[in-house]
Design a protein around this ligand. Structure first.
Ligand code: ADP
Length: 169
């Protein structure tokens, strides 16, 4: 598996699957989630509502992942994963690692070979970027899957620089 880094907007990535840093409600939010629903159009939200009405009546548990259509995005699928909110009182790293692992498991189910990830939990959920980058990179490297390319799409120059350092270390 090749791990690559891109600075930019994840909604423009031409990949088999885009991972959404969603929340448990699956019904939309800010950050990456808002951007994906805005650019992807209403079919994604309709698919999420269907999931809430069927498989996940109480929402998607933190650390798990589920796929929907990508609507009008230049990708085949969106894999929604619910990241943990950062806590100084409790180590939630296993849940953040689980988001990456479970997203790759879902990617395998979809036969997706190129997958774009945002830096899950580092926005509204306040996870420190460097630690999040360590967890992200070490987890995807340690997860066996059929995915050929994991592309981390970082929103700003700072986030990109941190991932570049961690990837090179
Ligand atoms: P979370 O709730 O998991 O923290 P956010 O969407 O708030 O999710 O933020 C996750 C990361 O994604 C942050 O580093 C944020 O700067 C970044 N981000 C926000 N919008 C985009 C986008 N369109 N493409 C890629 N990354 C984005």
């Amino acid at each position: 598996m090749k791990v690559t880094l891109v600075q930019g907007d994840i909604t423009g990535q031409q990949v088999d699957a885009i991972v959404n840093a969603a929340n448990s409600s699956l019904l939309g939010g800010g950050g990456v989630d808002g951007a994906i629903h805005r650019r992807g159009g209403p079919d994604i939200l309709a698919a999420c509502r269907h999931l809430r009405a069927t498989t996940y009546p109480d929402g998607l548990p933190t650390g798990q992942a589920v796929a929907t259509t990508a609507g009008r995005l230049p990708a085949h699928s969106v894999i929604h994963t619910a990241g943990p909110v950062y806590s100084t009182k409790e180590d939630r790293s296993p849940l953040l690692a689980s988001c990456y692992r479970e997203s790759l498991r879902v990617a395998d189910e979809l036969a997706a070979t190129t997958v774009a990830f945002p830096a899950i939990s580092t926005g509204i959920y306040r996870w420190p970027m460097r630690n999040a980058a360590h967890i992200a990179i070490s987890t995807v490297r340690a997860t066996p899957s059929q995915v050929h390319e994991v592309r981390f799409v970082l929103f700003g120059a700072e986030a990109y620089a941190v991932f570049e350092q961690v990837l090179g270390a």
